[in-house]
Design a protein around this ligand. Structure first.
Ligand SMILES: Cc1cc2nc3c(=O)[nH]c(=O)nc-3n(C[C@H](O)[C@H](O)[C@H](O)COP(=O)(O)OP(=O)(O)OC[C@H]3O[C@@H](n4cnc5c(N)ncnc54)[C@H](O)[C@@H]3O)c2cc1C
Length: 541
């Protein structure tokens, strides 16, 4: 007779009692009693489950000593399911690899390791340097020449590369300085710190621009002048920037590398940012349109070093960039990990993303000339001659710009014709295009095909226009388009979507089909009744 007669107990009492019974014989007797009594389904299952557990306990194998060649893949899977110690599992994996080396068995063991590591069953992720972890792989960091793998380095300041053209700062340089000032003022307040905005000028005659950099927000300007640097050159520009911010022995630069770096997302800025950040052994978020410094709670064990834990990282540059054609945003964070720093945290910035700051009339700050011999070898490629492209379309001087977007897709040739007719009805107007039209694979009839050219593209990677009137026809309003036109005096948008993004920055929104609206507006314009016609077209909502 067993100690517990299940027929005398309620099922809720039986659960915990049965869990303590380890004798298989006793459990068999309990099962017989229940079957002879009410034969309650739940009770039978309870006892049978316990029997199975007790039975399998007897066959339990010791993962540390078992000969894996005696086990099937299923046996290995059952065995590792019970193992909680990652070290033991790694040892099992090693023995399996040295023995039968079965793919299925190895993946069972690896999965178990992964699940333990991600649920926090182990307290620390073991650090294995990449070269040791993957000895057979031609791992990129094994080959990279300048990997520093710095740990716990000193980082300070926000460095801003100020691009110039024809001896002047370009607008995005001023915009970045203003943004950097704002961010570092906030940073210094929040952290009771005194870190600086450092403007970097490289080029021929750039010493003349240092005061302007101070006026737009820099605390310190470092510049390197050389007539050979008149045009952007990969090698010397990269070497100079990196030397300035990492290797230059000047008393104020008492840190390993900058905390943050910002570059313009122009053609040259994109090149330079990637080269510099690669050389400084960090990452880059390219084409950003939003930046702010904040703390970030991170639970990725690769970053925290401890699975299941959340660590608050401070002073993290949050780099927002448009994705999916500019309608969604990702925020990129460049975060250290236990055995590797990732500094400077670097971004390139879409021109026009930040406000143009007001220039200080009497700015304070320090100007430092960078001294470095530039070896002739860095200038092996010589620019012997250059020419401005001829025949380009300059949209900037027009009172009116009519820009066509992918809304013309139903009949692209007709769309361009209607756009041109509308343009012709104004005194001073020209045709612009969204990038959507340039990259679409529309077929155009010969008489309009010449108008569909990249030189008419408006936006981040095209022209920036500020006409009195900008008519955006069948354009959705992606941020990359917006930065090329949103300074226009008056913006009219024509769109079949009642809520396209462009509505948010339009003065007049015509909800309608361009193939119908454009001919009506052209006719009204020719009759001198444009304002009245536009007012009639504009939607009320
Ligand atoms: C690095 C980078 C740089 C870029 N640079 C630029 C740039 O410089 N300039 C630029 O423009 N884009 C640029 N882009 C692309 C940008 O993200 C968008 O994909 C592009 O602007 C979309 O063009 P769209 O508005 O013509 O097309 P869509 O986004 O497809 O919008 C078409 C619009 O037309 C409307 N429509 C459809 N049919 C009709 C109709 N019959 N009548 C009226 N409306 C209609 C639709 O409702 C929709 O709103 C860049 C992207 C990247 C990644």
């Amino acid at each position: 007779m067993p100690e517990i007669d299940p027929t005398e107990h309620d099922i809720t009492e039986l659960g915990p009692e049965i869990a303590d019974v380890d004798d298989e014989q006793e459990l068999e007797e309990m099962l017989a009693l229940e079957k002879g009594g009410e034969g309650r389904e739940g009770v039978l299952t309870l006892i049978e489950d316990r029997l199975e557990t007790v039975g399998s306990d007897e066959e339990t194998v010791d993962p540390e000593t078992v000969d894996l060649t005696d086990l099937s893949v299923a046996d290995v899977a059952n065995m590792v399911r019970e193992v909680e110690d990652v070290e033991v599992l790694r040892d099992v994996l090693e023995r399996e690899t040295a023995g039968k080396d079965r793919k299925g068995a190895k993946s069972q063991i690896e999965n178990r390791i992964e699940s333990l590591e991600s649920t926090g069953a182990e307290s620390e992720v073991e650090y294995v340097p990449p070269a040791e972890k993957h000895p057979d792989l031609d791992h990129p960091t094994n080959d990279k020449r300048y990997v520093e793998g710095t740990v716990d380095g000193d980082y300070r300041d926000m460095w801003v590369f100020c691009e110039t053209q024809r001896g002047e700062l370009i607008d995005v340089s001023r915009e970045m300085l203003g943004k950097a000032r704002e961010m570092m003022d906030g940073y210094n307040d929040d952290h009771d710190a005194d870190e600086a905005v450092v403007a970097v000028l490289i080029g021929d005659g750039v010493g003349d621009l240092t005061d302007e950099c101070l006026a737009y927000g820099a605390d310190r300007v470092v510049y390197h002048e050389d007539e050979r640097l008149q045009r952007f050159r990969h090698r010397p520009y990269t070497e100079i920037f990196c030397h300035m911010c990492r290797d230059w022995a000047v008393d104020w630069r008492d840190y390993h590398e900058p905390r943050y770096t910002i570059f313009p997302a122009t053609n040259n800025g994109r090149d330079l940012s990637a080269l510099v950040q690669g050389e400084l052994d960090s990452g880059l978020a390219s084409d950003c349109s939003g930046l702010y410094i904040e703390e970030a709670d991170i639970s990725n064990p690769a970053k925290t070093g401890a699975p299941g834990e959340t660590t608050t990282f401070e002073k993290v540059l949050h780099m927002k960039r448009p994705d999916f054609s500019g309608f969604e945003y990702s925020t990129i964070l460049c975060i250290d990990k236990p055995h590797r720093d990732f500094h400077p945290q670097g971004a390139s910035v879409i021109p026009g993303s930040f406000e143009m700051p007001d220039a200080e009339s009497e700015p304070d700050g320090e100007v430092v000339e960078h001294d470095l011999e530039l070896p002739a070898e860095w200038f092996r490629i010589e620019v012997t001659d250059f020419d401005a492209l001829e025949g380009g379309v300059d949209l900037t001087g027009n009172e009116v710009v009519v820009a066509l977007g992918r809304g013309i897709g139903r009949d692209p040739t007709r769309g361009i014709e209607l756009g041109l007719e509308f343009v012709d009805a104004f005194e001073s107007a020209d045709l612009g295009l969204s990038r959507g039209v340039i990259t679409a694979s529309y077929q155009f009839d010969g008489h309009v095909a010449d108008y569909v050219a990249e030189e008419r593209q408006i936006g981040e990677s095209g022209q920036v226009v500020e006409p009195e009137l900008y008519v955006a026809v069948g354009i959705s309003g992606a941020v990359q388009h917006k930065v090329g036109m949103d300074e226009s005096d008056t913006i009219v948008a024509i769109n079949t979507d009642p809520d396209a993004d462009i509505k948010d920055f339009s003065d007049y929104y015509v909800h309608g089909d361009l193939f119908e609206v454009l001919p009506r507006l052209t006719e009204a314009l020719e009759a001198g009744e444009f304002d009245r016609a536009l007012a009639a077209e504009v939607s009320d909502d």
